[in-house]
Design a protein around this ligand. Sequence first.
Ligand code: ADP
Ligand code: MG
Length: 393
Amino acid sequence: MNDRHAYAHSTLKKTLSERLPLLCRLRGWRCTRGSFEESRAMKAYRDFDTVSVNGQKEKILVSVRLRPLSDNEKSRNEVSDWECINNSTVIYKGNNPDRAMLPSAYTFDRVFGCGCPTEQVYTEGAKEVVFSAVSGINSSIFAYGQTSSGKTYTMSGITEYAVSDIYDYIEKHQERDYILKFSAMEIYNEAVRDLLSLDSTPLRLLDDPERGTVVERLTEEMLQDWNHFLDLLAVCEAQRHIGDTSMNQMSSRSHQILRLTIESSAREYQYHHLGARNSSTLTASVNFVDLAGSERASQTLSAGTRLKEGCHINRSLLTLGTVIRKLSKGGKGHVPYRNSKLTRILHNSLGGNARTAIICTMSPARMHVEQSRNTLLFASCAKEVTMNAQVNV
Ligand code: ADP
Ligand code: MG
């Protein structure tokens, strides 16, 4: 076995052992080391190459990330009420009076405890969805959660790991030519703004019969290299709308969508050699979506502007939840994409063939228990998941 084979072999083995429990759970198989189910799962995993249910590729990957207690929370003697007991279940271990009424264990595709680095969150909770765009399938990655739960921390890390990983991939796949394009927008109070332009006039959404919803006049930068990408991220950061609420001074009250479009085509020498015409051009986008805080408007001493923001945020998050829920059940019947700008813009990257990853972020602090429960409820509704009334730990 040469070095390349050895590397490929060890990667496959590692991937299998990481993904096996998930595959078994999705298929309802009992999985113990060396069992018949394990060898069946190994074979199924190789056959489908990616996690699949009944032969269909999983379209929605839902995970939860618990952040550590912040210094502020620690200084108020807050305690951590949540714990990840394995890589797919998070449990409530506090003694809230209504504990008996609510589920205490929540199971998702993946859960990430407070010591988990963002790189692992990217690799296990988003990477395969990101890479579907390299093979021509649109995708979206969302960070959902209350203000200060770690959405921006998580999503900005994931975006950087993803783009760096795509550059690595391109370098290793010289048989194709790749073009990366980047655009960025913000939705604040249902108005769409270009984060790569100094002009803050709201952008219109147009319905194009071929391309679906198009954001008119949105800047699209052709990425030259990694440093160019970092420069553009800095521009977005500076432009992003931030308001101060009583919960978090710099809390974000807008949705941010960073969109990377990947175009690739087979290199010329290849199709000359094969005597064929280049018909294998692929184009797809991956959207990195940092959603506005999911807390209710009433929690942020709402009045005037803040209340209006809260209403818009609630409506768009509610629509997003409904759209994702309907899609996870096969997308039959009416899917209300048109009820919010967020879902209209993402229409082509949600449902159909598209892949979606949702990373729900939460604070472990007791003071946030109600919001954490709402976040877990959103995550549970996004996908049919197991919620046990009690678990023994
Ligand atoms: P949000 O975007 O949800 O409002 P942020 O991403 O701004 O929240 O996170 C709030 C604070 O918590 C920031 O100071 C951030 O650095 C910190 N933080 C968030 N998640 C983590 C984490 N997993 N590990 C360490 N610090 C975190
Ligand atoms: Mg944020």
